[in-house]
Design a binder for this molecule. Structure first.
Ligand SMILES: [Zn+2]
Ligand SMILES: [Zn+2]
Ligand SMILES: [Zn+2]
Ligand SMILES: [Zn+2]
Ligand SMILES: [Zn+2]
Ligand SMILES: [Zn+2]
Length: 433
């Protein structure tokens, strides 16, 4: 049976996806940490010390001066051994990735032994295992779509650049290039999208803020200077920011941390903040980490409102935010009309009632109205219906009737865990004596 390279490539991509990788060099310790109950790694030095052996004896025992993997069939645990005495951390990375290949490609299910030893396995099988594990390793550490991206940068220095970008040895980078075309055929077309989101340290950069995300932009979205890059470096920076959905809208409100939005909502219904990081001068929708508009260089909505700090500010590290669930509001029926008047408690409404017949409160949580102009310059105000907990209109961002009438508290007061929301009573500061 021939080596199954397609399987090896596919499996390496699956492992990267499963462990949530989004950048190279691949941090292998993440895999060991995630699987710490079933997977461990140990250096030849440590193994020699605990066993009272010399390094040479360890090499003889494993029949390899690079590394080995042992499988305990009772506990179903794997231990990967690597020869650290070569003092070549990049080689160690490849050895460990290779042994991970034997684990993730299930080679142990095809043999009886606990260690994959050359002399205990049929030659053809051993060679297949080795080829598959090497294929897995090179695609785990240097996924072929990313190599393609680097080759597209058309650098005459591609081997040293690949070594630095993927943290692999000269030999591994060479082999990586050698198998480039065959691995390219093995990769699934749909996996390209996944790798497009990867950060590679190497490439063009903004020479003022080192941002690696400059692409075809006119202005650097992080520091706002006119981007004119022609050099490549290895320590580009990828500035974090808000996650946006496919409509370029943030999935968490950058002001009040609400994560509940109606479909198509352009504004947060609790605090009125716009979900799109638009340019305040040309309205271009920008990325979630953009401080400046890539089209015109003006400030963005998120930067203007201090949701993103200046890139060279000590606090510019974006920590992400914890979602907040606002749990107050007025119950509405399926046409967004109140079921019980929130001001007087009246429950009797005729089918087309716009107001409470007892106290006159609106029975719909309309916004204050958005002026629209028809072709003849006539102004027409459009009022949007909103949910019972909306302080602001999700469509136009204007305040709602329930906020203005005091039916709903401000989001700051309603935020679960805030002082205002836990103490409904008058605070002592309000007492005039
Ligand atoms: Zn092997
Ligand atoms: Zn910049
Ligand atoms: Zn909000
Ligand atoms: Zn702009
Ligand atoms: Zn009423
Ligand atoms: Zn509105």
């Amino acid at each position: 049976m021939r080596a199954d390279y397609r399987k090896a490539v596919r499996r390496s991509t699956e492992v990267l996806k499963d462990h949530g990788f989004d950048r190279v060099p691949i941090d292998l310790s993440k895999i060991f940490n995630d699987l710490r109950l079933t997977l461990a790694k140990k250096s030849y030095s440590d193994f020699a010390k605990t066993g009272g052996l010399t390094i040479l004896q360890v090499i003889e025992y494993f029949e390899s001066d690079l590394g080995a993997c042992a499988y305990n069939r009772t506990t179903e645990q794997y231990v990967i051994y690597y020869n650290d005495t070569k003092n070549n951390p990049q080689l160690d990375r490849f050895t460990i990735a290779h042994e991970l290949g034997h684990v993730f490609l299930n080679h142990y299910s095809e043999v009886d032994s606990d260690v994959l030893l050359r002399k205990k396995i049929a030659r053809w099988k051993y060679r297949r295992f080795e080829n598959e594990a090497n294929c897995f390793a090179r695609n785990l550490l240097a996924p072929v779509p990313l190599v393609e991206e680097m080759i597209d940068l058309d650098s005459p220095m591609v081997i040293p650049d690949m070594q630095a970008a993927f943290n692999i040895s000269f030999q591994a980078a060479n082999a990586r290039l050698g198998f480039f075309n065959s691995d390219l055929h093995a990769i699934h077309q749909e996996d390209y999208g996944y790798f497009r989101g990867y950060n590679i340290n190497f490439g063009y950069y903004c020479n003022s803020c080192k941002s690696g995300e400059i692409g075809q932009a006119c202005f650097c979205k992080i520091c706002g200077i006119e981007a004119n890059p022609y050099n490549k470096i290895h320590d580009r920076i990828f500035y974090p920011g808000f996650n946006l959905d496919q409509d370029k809208k943030t999935t968490i409100c950058p002001q009040c941390n609400n994560i509940e939005f109606c479909q198509d909502a352009s504004y947060c219904r609790f605090c009125g903040t716009g979900r799109v990081n638009w340019c305040i001068s040309c309205s271009e929708p920008n990325d979630g980490n953009a401080r400046f508009c890539i089209k015109c260089g003006s400030k963005t909505n998120f930067y203007e409102n201090n949701f993103l700090k200046t890139y060279n500010n000590k606090d510019s590290d974006f920590k992400g935010a914890d979602a907040v669930y606002y749990n107050d509001g007025v119950e509405m029926n399926n046409v967004l009309r109140v079921i019980e008047c929130p001001r007087c408690g009246n429950e009797e409404f005729s089918d087309n009632a716009g107001y409470c017949r007892i106290c006159g409160l609106t029975s719909y949580n309309y916004c204050e109205g958005q002026p629209e102009y028809d072709g003849f310059g006539e102004e027409n105000v459009v009022y949007h219906k909103n949910l019972g907990n909306a302080r602001y209109c999700e469509t136009c961002g204007r305040s709602t009737a329930f906020l203005k009438e005091g039916i709903l508290k401000s989001w700051e007061q309603a935020k679960p865990g805030s002082e205002e929301s836990s103490t409904a009573d008058v605070s002592f500061d309000d007492i005039p004596f």
